[in-house]
Design a protein around this ligand. Structure first.
Ligand code: GRF
Length: 195
């Protein structure tokens, strides 16, 4: 069985989709939901789903990313996690941390990478006049929102779309894409999946 730790910072809707997908003949199971934000709504969702939760509050480690990451690593290792899924986790991980999990950290990003790394992706797609938008699941490497693409889902941008309307239409696609990619990766398939 592949043991999956899911890192969150917020509402945890992608985390919930991932957890709910890991049942039956799925080769992976969730073993930890970890948040860097004590008030993250996803923590209660994870508890309701019977997944062990933990918080490592980054504000307790001001200007000390290393110690924050030592704590992250300790928790991930405690649960003997094989794979880490970042799901709305809003801290940048250092190259050192990532090197300890080469090819074993996945992330979902709300854009069609390589477009719009970083924040405000919906607004940036609109400002650029793009005809379509989407989300990407990728392997995490030391470069921000980079790394091999494992899957993408696209949606057309409609006249009158706002960052909020785009985000709302994209989220259900994220909830389909991320579990589908996790399943493939757990099965040893890293060919990109295009929805
Ligand atoms: C998602 O849009 C994800 O792509 C982005 O942050 C959002 C997280 O939402 N990185 P949730 O916490 O999974 O509900």
């Amino acid at each position: 069985m592949i043991r999956v730790a899911i890192l969150i910072s917020g509402s945890g809707s992608n985390m919930e989709a991932l957890v709910r997908s890991m049942t039956g003949d799925h080769p992976a199971r969730p073993v930890l939901v970890l948040s860097n934000v004590p008030a993250a709504g996803g923590l209660a969702k994870a508890e309701a789903l019977d997944v062990p939760v933990h918080t490592v509050d980054h504000r307790k480690y001001p200007r000390d990313r290393r110690t924050f990451e030592v704590e992250l690593r300790r928790n991930v290792e405690n649960m003997q996690s094989d794979l880490i899924c970042l799901a709305g986790f809003m801290r940048i991980l250092t190259a050192d941390f990532i090197a300890g999990y080469e090819g074993r950290i996945l992330n979902i990003h709300p854009s069609l990478l390589p477009k719009y790394r970083g924040l405000d992706t919906h607004a940036r797609a609109l400002a650029a006049g793009d005809a379509e938008h989407g989300c990407t699941v990728h392997e995490v490497t030391a470069d921000l929102d980079d790394g091999p693409i494992l899957g993408q889902a696209r949606l057309p941008i409609e006249p009158g779309d706002t960052p909020e309307s785009l985000a709302a239409r994209l989220l259900p696609l994220e909830h389909r894409l991320y579990p589908a990619v996790l399943r493939r990766v757990a099965d040893g398939n890293r060919e990109p999946l295009y929805l």
